[in-house]
Design a protein. Structure first.
Length: 557
């Protein structure tokens, strides 16, 4: 029979491990301390943040779990003076240390996990700090999707302890350089799909193996101050990136799925929010009306549209436009996406009971001239906002409806009295975001017969033909794709808008509990473009394409 030296060595190692664990268990009983075998089982990485690797090694202990203020510590010996110093220090910080006796092998296993923190720039849960020089370098390297993919692939094959940090940093730098609004990581049966939302559309970057993804998931949970051991329900958190003097907030959303948990990182970049009102794509005639309404001392300006349609950006643009040192502006938001100088901004916190309703009530006690309510969600908030607009305040707010006309029935459904509704609302706006064609590669082509028919019908419905001055109706432009636009054919986004002013006709029809169609009919003589008309004019001007417009709104209505 052939002697297998390797197998014998492995068996000897296993016997020594069992012997060491048995000895530790006997010593634990003598000291009257619970025994723990940490050679297997999960480690809560958040616990490692509370004791430095240097202190842990010198004191021959290791933190391995943390639940609220209870921190679990594995000690080699409960008589080690340095161990007791660390325990007392944790008590002074407000923790309740729970002590176990563990073997040296168990300690070594946990100490090894500090490598997952070294090389990272975590200074505490909830913050990832990257030096300005490093992030600038990453932004240069991760300038397009192919380079981002190559950089991540290099780290996927790397054996370096800090590779998970690098992968996450490359993802974030890549998202910033491509002006992406979100990073999506979606586990599938054999791998995980990484996608960026660029100009409102999801784009595949690459696939990541499941074992690496589990480490990335733990890292993101740790950064976002989320519970590592919670996998069966959704969690929301945040962390921030410091880019020189600028701080970019990342909102984390984690949901359980069949294979694992799926992550969405929303990037709140102040540069993408702070767009002047004149650059949003509002038709000059509508812009003139909006500026007039925003200049009034009271009333409500209501912006509607689905999530991601640019409503918050529009409201911020209004606030920046009307701000002056003579007036007090208070905002109630969730989240505060862009910090405006000279304006009091508050953020709701549902867990602590600070809702939009409570925020609005508190704001009204501060004697404001202008109030921005991030969103009207319920009857109470709607009624107080309406009353504020009726009692000398200018109120900016948003509502989840699809059209400008739809905002009136929606507020009536929430329980607002139709008679006071029209007295409060100055104007209701609806908007969507469409991608702009890349100026470097867009292609001019004649309209097909079907598109020509669509354009003709849309333009015929515009009563005021002065909108059509200098508009050509024979050609449109299509996306091509080049290095400037990451081969998508589009660069950036612009709004398409519609609006309804509250005048006598609207007042009369709203009191009759009308449909959206009836409200639109009553608003025809206002001669304001609807979203379809505004979009088609932008197509004919070469700003966007018909296929892109079709993706965002129904052109067959």
């Amino acid at each position: 029979m052939k002697f297998n030296e390797e197998k014998q060595k492995q068996r000897l190692t296993e016997l020594k491990k069992v012997e060491a664990e048995n000895l530790t268990e006997i010593l634990a009983k003598r000291h009257g301390v619970p025994y723990k075998d940490l050679s297997m089982g999960g480690i809560n990485m958040a616990a490692l943040l509370e004791v430095s690797e240097k202190d842990a090694r010198e004191a021959e202990l290791a933190p391995f779990n943390i639940i609220n203020k209870k921190i679990h510590l594995g000690l080699l010996s409960p008589e080690n003076l340095k161990s007791l110093e660390v325990v007392e220090d944790l008590k002074r910080k407000g923790f309740e240390p729970i002590i176990f006796m563990v073997s040296r092998e168990s300690l070594e296993r946990i100490w090894e996990r500090y490598k997952d923190l070294s090389g990272n720039k975590e200074i505490h849960a909830g913050s990832l700090e990257i030096s300005s020089a490093e992030i600038v370098e990453f932004l240069k390297e991760a300038s397009d999707l192919e380079k981002i993919k190559k950089l991540i692939e290099e780290d996927l094959t790397s054996k370096k302890a800090y590779r998970i940090t690098r992968i996450l940093e490359i993802m974030l730098a890549g998202a910033l350089s491509t002006k992406s609004s979100d990073i999506h990581m979606e586990p599938e049966e054999k791998n995980v799909r990484l996608r960026f939302r660029m100009d409102g559309v999801l784009v595949d970057v690459l696939d990541i193996d499941l074992s690496t993804y589990k480490l990335i998931l733990s890292r993101i949970k740790l950064l976002s101050n989320l519970k590592l051991n919670v996998t069966s329900k959704g969690q929301d958190g945040r962390f921030s990136i410091k880019l020189g003097e600028e701080e970019i907030e990342i909102r984390t959303s984690i949901l359980p799925v069949a294979e694992s948990e799926t992550i969405v990182l929303r990037i709140l970049n102040p540069k993408s929010i702070g767009v002047p009102l004149e650059d949003l794509g509002i038709n000059p005639r509508l812009l003139k009306i909006l500026l007039r309404e925003a200049g009034k001392p009271n009333g409500m300006i209501l912006t509607t549209g689905p999530t991601g349609s640019g409503k918050t950006t529009t409201l911020y643009a209004f606030l920046k436009k009307i701000y002056s040192p003579e007036i007090k502006i208070i905002t109630i938001e969730n989240p505060v996406e862009y910090h405006l100088s000279g304006i009091v901004q508050t953020q709701t916190n549902e867990e602590k009971g600070y809702t939009f309703l409570e925020g609005l009530r508190s704001a009204l006690r501060q004697d404001p001239d202008v109030i921005m309510v991030g969103e009207i969600r319920d009857r109470d908030t709607a009624e107080i906002a309406i009353n504020a607009a009726l009692t000398g305040h200018l109120v900016f707010t948003t509502l989840h409806t699809n059209t400008a006309a739809g905002s009136f029935p929606r507020l009536i459904d929430l329980g607002v009295n139709p008679k006071v509704l029209t007295s409060a609302i100055n104007i209701a706006i609806a908007q969507r975001l469409v991608r702009k064609l890349c100026e470097s590669c867009k292609k001019k082509i004649p309209l097909t017969p079907e598109k020509k028919d669509l354009v003709k019908k849309t333009l015929e419905a515009i009563q005021d033909k002065s909108y059509l001055e200098n508009i050509q109706t024979e050609f449109n432009f299509e996306p091509v794709g080049c290095s400037e636009c990451h081969s998508s054919g589009f660069r950036g986004r612009i709004g398409i808008y519609e609006a309804i002013l509250t005048n006598q006709k609207i007042e009369e029809i709203v009191e009759q509990n009308p449909s959206e169609r009836e409200i639109n009919k009553a608003a025809l003589d206002q001669n304001i473009l609807n979203m379809k008309q505004d979009g088609i004019l932008k197509v004919l001007q070469g700003i966007t394409s018909i296929s892109e417009l079709e993706r965002v709104i129904d052109l067959l209505e």
